[in-house]
Design a protein around this ligand. Structure first.
Ligand code: FMN
Length: 231
């Protein structure tokens, strides 16, 4: 392997690890409620959650959109503690796959699928990365919901070339990661942007369960109106 390539990988890995270490927040949980939705659309919400934040948001979105819910787990991986955390960061950084449960999902009753995932190393979490490769979503409308310590658009204000070199670099870096996630989603459909209906992001650092639940409900209402589910 070339020296330059290795240096490049190492530099990216260090940047990701620094981002994670400066923003890591170890605590969280889950909860439940209801809101009315009309229309014929059948929606499935698939989520993975390591520490419960994405779960809280996903369940609130499901209530607001009347979606059925499937939780993805990794039966053969222990993602707990610092070792689990580090393993997850490395798996995501190198776009690895893992054994997930359920592996194949019956998508036939649904015309819309919402996928909710935490961000790991600025990639989709490994179980969702795997889900997108082991399932074919064809002509389903897909919506991506990501959660992370910081807002994925935090550095967008520097896209006009303002800010420091680091801020401009971070804007570029996160923009590329967003595009990568988008390509992954589109590739899992009939490979047409028409089926990708939107990417929503929730910043979770330091937020308690009831705040995440409220944000999930608000996001669910937004998604419902995007999908034209409300009267
Ligand atoms: C392995 C790992 C890597 C992470 N990488 C990032 C990251 O690159 N950027 C970020 O803002 N947050 C990162 N986080 C934080 C999570 O994305 C965030 O806390 C998320 O909301 C947790 O969701 P969960 O509770 O459903 O697992 C990372 C967390 C883990 C465990």
């Amino acid at each position: 392997m070339e020296k330059g390539y290795l240096r490049n990988i190492l530099m990216h890995f260090i940047i990701v690890m620094l981002c994670i270490l400066f923003t890591h927040d170890a605590f969280s949980q889950a909860s439940e409620q209801h809101d009315g939705v009309t229309g014929q659309n059948k929606i499935l919400l698939i989520y993975y959650s390591r520490t419960g934040k994405t779960e809280t948001i996903a369940k609130a979105i499901a209530r607001a959109t009347d979606a059925d819910v499937i939780r993805i787990t990794e039966p053969h991986k222990d993602r707990s503690g610092w070792e689990g955390f580090l393993g997850a960061a490395i798996d995501a950084f190198f776009d690895r796959r893992s054994d997930i449960e359920p592996r194949k999902i019956d998508l036939s009753p649904y015309d819309t699928v919402i996928i909710a995932t935490p961000i790991w190393s600025w990639n989709l979490a490994t179980p969702i990365h795997t889900l997108l490769r082991t399932n074919y979503f064809g002509k389903k409308r897909l919506i991506l919901v990501t959660t992370a310590n910081i807002d994925i658009k935090k550095y967008d204000k520097y896209k006009d070339g303002s800010g420091t070199a680091v801020q401009r670099f971070l804007h570029q870096y996160l923009e590329e990661k967003r595009m990568k996630a988008r390509r992954e989603i589109i590739a899992a459909t009939a490979n047409d942007i028409e089926w990708f209906k939107g990417h929503f992001h929730v910043e979770t650092k330091g937020k308690l369960d009831d705040v995440l639940d409220n944000e999930g409900m608000a996001l669910g209402a937004k998604i419902a109106s995007l999908l034209e589910l409300r009267e």
